[in-house]
Design a protein around this ligand. Sequence first.
Ligand SMILES: [Zn+2]
Length: 324
Amino acid sequence: MITITVAPYDPLWRLEFEKIRAELAAALGDDARIEHVGSTSVPDLAAKPTIDIDVVIAAGEFRATREKLEGIGYTHRGDYGIRGREAFHYDGKRHLMRHNLYVCASDSSELARHLALRDWLRAHDDDRDEYARVKTEGARLYPHDIDAYIAHKQAFILGIYRKVGVPCFAPKSYDGNEHFMSIALAFARRTADYGETPVGAVVVSPDGKILGHGHNRREGLRDIASHAEIEAMRNAANAVGDWRLTDCSLYVTLEPCPMCAGAIIAARVSRVFYGARDENGGAVSGNLNMFVEFGGGTEVTGGVLADECGAVLSEFFRGMRNPV
Ligand SMILES: [Zn+2]
């Protein structure tokens, strides 16, 4: 099982990068632009000790670059769905520190994001320290779940992209609610791979930190109570050491059912945001609104990223009807 480690900054990382750069430059030519990016490139930032490297090329240079990299033991693995950024793997190379190598077109927006994040964190100590805190927290909450770890730190990274003004995947009319819902959606999408109805949820503290996430695991655990909301609230309760989630917000991609609505009320969650409506099983938008009947102070807002949340569900059920 992989364990995610966030290590204190090590000045040797810069020297390790220089070693890798020298090998790459020997193959690619001295003029090659080779950027040290990612967390190990920011002095005094705690990081997962893997060096991220972007080799920047002009249009039309990809084939020649690939051949040169293949000549020194790298294998092209494709773009993993990110346009303008091609990943390369290697075996062995025990004399070099572990690294991720990407070849990016000079106009790639992924490259622009990497550089913007690096340069911002190098220049802003407060944000650098906050990022270290978020990553350490993510590694503590999700030590064996790389997807959850990445989703946990995504909120912070998107915040920096917005400050800097680089284009990112956040919705155009960005607001905090859509942002947290998009993280709940990321968890919902993962669930579909395991044959579970794709519903995801996150619990967020009053100052905007993600305390816990959950996704529907009813089938996997054969547990009726393993709905996304309950899982997220359990994780959050573990994180804060208290079952009371007073002043917290819960984001869930589908309207809560009566069981979850009851649990949300019992946990004293202050605000609930849901995405798609559930006309058959929902406990909010139909004849019964549990939060009005029993909710005390819980505020409920529906329809946050409703189209995206609904699309994930309808795609899943379409796949169930037409198995490939
Ligand atoms: Zn439920």
